[in-house]
Design a protein around this ligand. Structure first.
Ligand code: 5GP
Ligand code: ZN
Length: 115
């Protein structure tokens, strides 16, 4: 755990969140400022800054994150009309919280390209 990390504090329960899923490696919760009717963040419990910081040691963890996101999207009823996965990376990528998180965005038609 990184003591100054917002999402590590959410994982530990120090900062409350609306849980969607939790196991020993992965936590998922609803975004506090939803950008779509369904907006869920899926994060590793291990503090990783972003995908490019991952190593081969994290190979299974990254797979778990994506497969868990699939299960959550299905459970949220997003498969029928489609949805979007987003991983903002670095400041130009729009990342504001530097603990790897996969956004699941769905429930409305999303525009492309992003701003
Ligand atoms: P980023 O811009 O880094 O890709 O996404 C960070 C996301 O975290 C944003 O969508 C923002 O609304 C969400 N967020 C920031 N602080 C909190 C919080 O305290 N609780 C929850 N549930 N989401 C947060
Ligand atoms: Zn963290």
């Amino acid at each position: 755990m990184a003591t100054d990390c917002l999402f590590c504090k959410i994982i530990s329960g120090e900062i409350p969140s609306t849980e969607v899923y939790s196991d020993e490696d992965v936590y998922a919760f609803r975004d506090i400022n939803p950008a779509a009717p369904t907006h869920i963040l899926v994060i590793p419990k291990k503090h990783l800054v972003d995908v490019k910081s991952a190593t081969l040691d994290d190979e299974a963890l990254l797979g778990k994150l994506l497969l868990r996101a699939n299960a959550i999207a299905e459970a949220e009823g997003l498969n029928a009309n489609g949805f979007r996965y987003v991983i903002n990376t670095g400041s130009d990528g729009g990342q504001t919280v530097f603990h790897l998180h996969l956004h699941i965005l769905g429930g409305r038609a999303l525009s492309w390209p992003p701003g």
